[in-house]
Design a binder for this molecule. Structure first.
Ligand SMILES: Cc1cc2nc3c(=O)[nH]c(=O)nc-3n(C[C@H](O)[C@H](O)[C@H](O)COP(=O)(O)O)c2cc1C
Length: 184
């Protein structure tokens, strides 16, 4: 069981990346192996020109294939998700998310685009075959404070929401018990 956390911000440092670092710490404390991957680390040309055969792109697609579940985090850009995240999602095979639970997380400057996860990102995840998509987590910038040492501090309410969603993700990875009891 392993989780792949995809960071969709072109910026560094990045609030969404910090959220995924928090998620990775939480998941690994619960013994769920977690890989953090940032789309900004892929070659820009490969993304821009949709180079499916680029070695780094192939490696990233393999990470998606190997994952049992995914977290996809993006900043809100122009009321949707980032272009660089879309460029990466466009490189995935059509059925890349079949059978994989997905948790979407977005950070935005304002609460106004709270629903962007639902109207913008979720339809794309659905097209890629995801059927188990959790309620998204939306975080506004004012709830993420950068610290002088380079770390970040989340508002308590954000940590609580993140923990609930991450625990749901963990629960989805547990083998389900058969509802059919053996005849006695
Ligand atoms: C090009 C651009 C467009 C943005 N558009 C929006 C927007 O439409 N709505 C919003 O709430 N925030 C918007 N923001 C703010 C970012 O979503 C927000 O600061 C986010 O937390 C940045 O995440 P990052 O630090 O991971 O890059 C925009 C920021 C940039 C740079």
């Amino acid at each position: 069981m392993s989780v792949l956390a995809i960071a969709g911000s072109p910026s560094h440092p990045s609030r969404t990346y910090s959220v995924l670092e928090y998620a990775k710490r939480h998941l690994e404390a619960e013994r769920v192996s977690t890989t953090l991957f940032s789309v900004r680390d892929l070659p820009a040309e490969a993304l821009l020109f949709a180079q499916f055969d680029d070695p780094a792109v192939k490696q990233a697609i393999a990470l998606v294939e190997q994952a049992s579940a995914l977290i996809i985090a993006t900043p809100v850009y122009k009321a949707a998700y980032t272009g660089v995240l879309k460029a990466f999602l466009d490189l995935l095979p059509q059925n890349a998310l079949v059978g994989k639970p997905v948790l979407a997380i977005a950070t935005g400057g304002a609460i106004a685009h709270l629903l962007s996860i639902d109207y913008a990102l979720k339809p794309v995840l659905s097209t890629l075959g995801a059927r188990h998509i959790f309620a998204g987590v939306y975080i506004v910038d004012s709830q993420i404070q950068r610290q002088p040492d380079g770390g970040v501090q989340f508002a308590e309410e954000v940590e609580q929401r993140l923990q609930i969603s991450l625990n749901e993700l963990i629960a989805s990875l547990q083998p389900t018990q058969s509802l059919v009891s053996s005849a006695s």
